[in-house]
Design a protein around this ligand. Sequence first.
Ligand SMILES: Nc1ncnc2c1ncn2[C@@H]1O[C@H](COP(=O)(O)OP(=O)(O)OP(=O)(O)O)[C@@H](O)[C@H]1O
Ligand SMILES: [Mg+2]
Length: 252
Amino acid sequence: MNKRAETKPTIICISSGKGGVGKTSFSVNMAAALSQRGKQVLLIDGDLGLANVDVVLGINVRHNLRETIEEGRDPAGILVEVAPGFFVLPASSGVPEMANLSYEEQIFLTNTLEEMIGRFDYVLIDTAAGIGDSVLWFNNWARTNIVVLSPDPTSMTDAYALMKVLNARYDRKEFHLMVNSAQTKKEGESVFNNMSLVLQNFLKITPSQLGIMPLDSHVAKAIRTQKPFFLTFPDSKASKAISQMASALIAM
Ligand SMILES: Nc1ncnc2c1ncn2[C@@H]1O[C@H](COP(=O)(O)OP(=O)(O)OP(=O)(O)O)[C@@H](O)[C@H]1O
Ligand SMILES: [Mg+2]
């Protein structure tokens, strides 16, 4: 047995409450950054939304997770390798809505996922917006919870609602906040500080700051080319921020 098979991967869930704040952009590029440092990374797409991971990376899905489970095939066969060491479990391959699964099916899915992730160093989960069942399930399954914020005030309200539920239901107390689309470092810091104050006052939680990602036109440009900006525009401000956060995650 090699070392990797003996140690569990680090499972990191990326959520925000509010939609459109940059969960998918962050997840895809963080996965690219970690794999570039020699890590084996699996990105699970927990959201079949408009600009989901399939679309952002131009992935064509041939096999379906449910079919694979039912036919007893190796579920690893539905993973797509988009760059060396960077694998995706696409949402369109049937990552299901937990609410639509029976208890037995949920157990079966959990076992299948647990088996699938064994050979990876990092598992990142890009969740849907909101605080639906699958968002909560993935956050509870993960050991590390990243919450993406933006300077938009409603982003703070929605992120608070998410963390409040995770705290009440699963006793989660550790949250890593990532402020996206900051016009200046100062703006990013102030978003982080405001969110921290609210969490301390109402939930007695002290979050940690994973990082601040600047507003950068390369992010949208890369989406149009269906490649991670981290690979296409490695010198962009956004890529530098991702690189710093990758170091922080590895050091955790
Ligand atoms: N740092 C940034 N600078 C500029 N544009 C950004 C940045 N981060 C994200 N965007 C843009 O914001 C939009 C939404 O980003 P993204 O799809 O990653 O958000 P999301 O949280 O995954 O959305 P959803 O909730 O719909 O899944 C995209 O068009 C993306 O290009
Ligand atoms: Mg998304």
